[in-house]
Design a protein around this ligand. Sequence first.
Ligand code: MEV
Length: 454
Amino acid sequence: MKKSISGFSKLSKRKKLRWIVENFFKDPENVMRELMSHWHQNEEQQRVLDGFSENTISNYVLPFGVAPNFVINDKTYVLPMVIEESSVVAAASSAAKFWMERDGFKAKVIATKKVGQVHFSWSGNVDKLNSVFEELDAQLRIDVSHITANMENRGGGILDISLLDMTHLEDDYFQLKVNFETCDSMGANFINSVLEEFGRSLKTFVATNEGFEGKEKELTIIMAILSNYTPECLVRAWVECPVEDLGKNGDLNASDFAQKFCKAIRIAHIDPHRATTHNKGIFNGIDAVVLATANDFRAVESCGHTYAARDGQYRSLSYCSVENGIFKFWLDLPIALGTVGGLTKLHPVARRSLELLGNPSASQLMEIIAVAGLAQNFAAVKSLVTTGIQKGHMKMHLLNILNHLGANEKEVSETVTYFKDKVVSFSAVRDFLDLIRGEKKKDINLLTDQKASS
Ligand code: MEV
């Protein structure tokens, strides 16, 4: 049984860490030193990072990589990518280069609507509520005008409010469904503040409106919260070229490659098992840029997966066609992002990621991130239908294995050369390292023996 503690959050960071290492680790002093070695050298920056969360005891570091040569709507980008999986940045870079030579990626934001809901219980006559809805709508807008004024100045605000009768699904259940435009911010705080105020206004409205009587004057707010499902905050990214321009890929000529690639995409529309892995590959690219720009990857993921299941079956987010000799590959992605607010400008590296991208608007970032997903998907499926994924993956994984086995620079170089045309596995790499380390030992022993006898 682990120890418990009260008042942990009140302890200083150092004391928190001390309590953790002393109670949960076998070698407290070393673990304390090790976790402290990840503290930022710059105290101010560390304070900023600590401010993002609670009970922080150290920093969890992830690699910050870049994928160059992304041509998107005729402009060239270097994409910042934060990801722990080897091959993802390499795959993105290779897809970027492939399409750079074929007119690049295109992307277009289709809509930017965000959604919020006030869920409430009410046992009155719905026709009465509908009959005063216009009045209610106006009152709700007035009651939140102190919250919406700023957003309205930026060109956003509340788009529309609708009343949904959900009593066929749950007794007394109604909903206010609200659409918002939040410009360059993701808008979660703005939306939630508006919705909570709507909840209070709604209660007062039915309690004081003379059209209601008895029980109709009582209304219970169950919850007021944004929805992370934003199917109308949608972007499309695509690539296209004449089939023959695809060139030879692996052993496949351009036409066979195009057909096989499209079949692979169709399979991901038919089979949920494949669709899940297929979309995981898409999110390899999306999440990496979402994280690099300090956006909310959980929101992005949950939205994308709901969208992928919008017709009742989980399916591929990407599509492919070969028609009239033209290969087309595209992705439709609902994604709510911000380039102002949240952590986007506070996180020291995210700020640089956005600068690297030319400080895009939220809509431009939607386009860039959709392209990152499409590029990743293209690279993965291209490998899958030609050489298979393991060839590239294991070459990258080789470096992780060598790291794990503590190989020095020379051993890394010798092992990488040796495995150029061989199948990589942990045991094969370990055996090869043992062999070269053994041979070196033999050479050293030989030299010492020679020295001793001379
Ligand atoms: C691995 O992280 C992602 C892939 O499995 C995606 C796919 O199968 O399409 C390679």
